[in-house]
Design a protein around this ligand. Structure first.
Ligand code: NAD
Length: 368
């Protein structure tokens, strides 16, 4: 069958945001367009405003038009938001509120961060090469509950000084659904699920562990192991190749995924997917973004690494559109470009030639 005959139409909302967001997102779009040409799909791309640029133009980090676009699309490709221009502590609106509100309103409770170390750039990581061989894990972070959202959350003055409180609360349903995402993913991989908690100290940790055991009865083909979060932080560096799928609550996942990013050599390398569940039918709404922020120190210079954004486009094809071959094509292109020696500044070794954002994006898209 001709590729064109197989081709399908998809709508994708593109929210580039601030700083290096627009530069790296443009390269992700370039790879998507290359996939469209090679596989005969048509991607209908609509660009929307979010973050600081939306505050500047419309006075809000998440305009209603952007929410409406996101609600009626197959998937969202997101850049990054924020920057010094909007950092005034007295400001009533902040760019980051835009992404938090979007995750909440679309019910994107599962944040998937695959961590792979490409052999060609292993030496960019501060971790020894022998520990990095075979590293291939997905960290699944709970994204809409726990310490970052629960109330009470406040600071106040007392006669004996200032006090502050945050609340760590989880419901059984919130924990169970994120554990199931972890088990389902493990089933399609090496069948090991590492559940992270702090069951020795926290009640939510004990509930988490109890539910992990209960849910595991539906997944007898997956090996479940429990690990305390402090030990997990150590093992991620001591023995990273051990991990297959790692599942953690919001704050633990936040911290462990930044630590895991070190393995890949640069913040610019890693993609992420935020989903409202795993796509049983091969299609689910999701938001895809590199794990890095707006990198104000290099914004506007054309030197940002676009690979995290491009790999996010691959996750979009896989999880929201069910296009596995197309996702693999992008991932192979990234690997090929790195193997051929193309490097942006953040992953270049001493004396290696460096390319800019657009050239790296063009080389990768050209290989799709
Ligand atoms: P950052 O990720 O933007 O930058 C950290 C360091 O990594 C910087 O030195 C930067 O130059 C480098 N870096 C990041 N991405 C890179 C890339 N693609 N290529 C090469 N180098 C790269 O983190 P930060 O400096 O803590 O935050 C800057 C701004 O981004 C803040 O306003 C923060 O709130 C925002 N932020 C937004 C998101 C998001 O939109 N999801 C996430 C994190 C941070």
């Amino acid at each position: 069958m001709d590729n064109k005959e197989r081709g399908l139409n998809y709508s994708i909302t593109v929210l580039p945001g601030d700083g290096i967001g627009p530069d790296v997102t443009a390269e992700a779009v370039r790879s998507l367009e290359a996939v469209g040409r090679s596989f005969g799909h048509s991607f209908d791309l609509s660009h929307g405003l979010v973050g600081g640029i939306a505050i500047d133009q419309l006075g809000t980090p998440l305009p209603q038009e952007t929410v409406a676009m996101c609600e009626s699309t197959d998937a969202i490709l997101f850049g990054a938001v924020g920057g010094p221009k909007w950092d005034d502590p007295g400001a009533t609106v902040r760019p980051e509120d835009g992404i938090l509100a979007l995750r909440k309103s679309l019910g994107l409770f599962a944040n998937l961060r695959p961590v792979r170390v490409f052999p060609a750039v292993m030496d960019s990581s501060p971790v020894k090469r022998q520990l990095l061989e075979g590293v291939d894990m997905i960290v699944v972070r709970e994204l809409t509950g726990g310490l970052y959202f629960a109330r009470p959350k406040r600071r106040w003055q007392t006669s004996r000084g200032r006090r502050g409180v945050d609340t760590l609360r989880y419901t059984e349903q919130e924990i169970e659904r994120i554990l199931r995402v972890g088990f389902e993913l493990a089933r399609g991989r090496r069948r090991r699920l590492t559940s992270v908690d702090k069951a020795n100290v926290l009640e939510t940790g004990r509930l988490w562990r109890e539910l992990a055991v209960e849910v595991s009865r539906d997944y007898s083909d997956v090996e479940l192991e429990h690990i305390l979060v402090d030990n997990a932080a150590m093992q991620l560096i001591r023995n990273p190749a051990h991990f297959d799928v790692v599942v953690a609550e919001n704050m633990f996942g936040d911290i462990l995924t930044d630590e895991a990013a070190v393995l890949s050599g640069s913040m610019g390398m890693l993609p992420s997917a935020s989903l409202s569940g795993l796509p049983e039918t091969g299609r689910a709404i999701g938001l895809y973004e590199p794990i890095h922020g707006t990198a104000p120190d290099i914004a506007g210079k054309g030197i940002a690494n676009p690979i995290g954004a491009i790999l996010s486009a691959a996750l979009l094809l896989r999880y929201s559109l069910g296009l596995e071959d197309e996702a693999n094509a992008i991932e192979r292109s990234v690997e090929g470009a790195l193997a051929e020696g193309y490097r942006t500044g953040d992953i270049a070794g001493q004396g290696e030639d460096v390319v800019g954002t657009a050239e790296m994006g063009a080389v990768i898209a050209g290989r799709v």
